[in-house]
Design a protein. Sequence first.
Length: 108
Amino acid sequence: MSGSTVTVSDSNFNEAVIASDTPILVDFWAEWCGPCKMISPILDEIAAEHDGKVVIGKLNVDDNIETARRFEVMSIPTLILFKDGEPKVRIVGAQPKSSLLNKIDPFI
């Protein structure tokens, strides 16, 4: 994984996401989720191509139930782009790279 991909958890969420100076796209995922596995390489590409402009955060919902509830994640994958500590965009479900970029580009 690129240096612009981080593992996010209940314990480090505020430090890694809310306090981030760089916009961070948090991927709420689980190991058993097929669509999550489909978009993972796309997110790695976005992280590499937009290094310094956006960070990709990976939060396993099975291990971090508190944060998933806090942001009302009901289905996965759910991607939430945070900028200046605030959620700006919510994307639910696997989508092609072009669609993801169209939604997050205005904020990065």
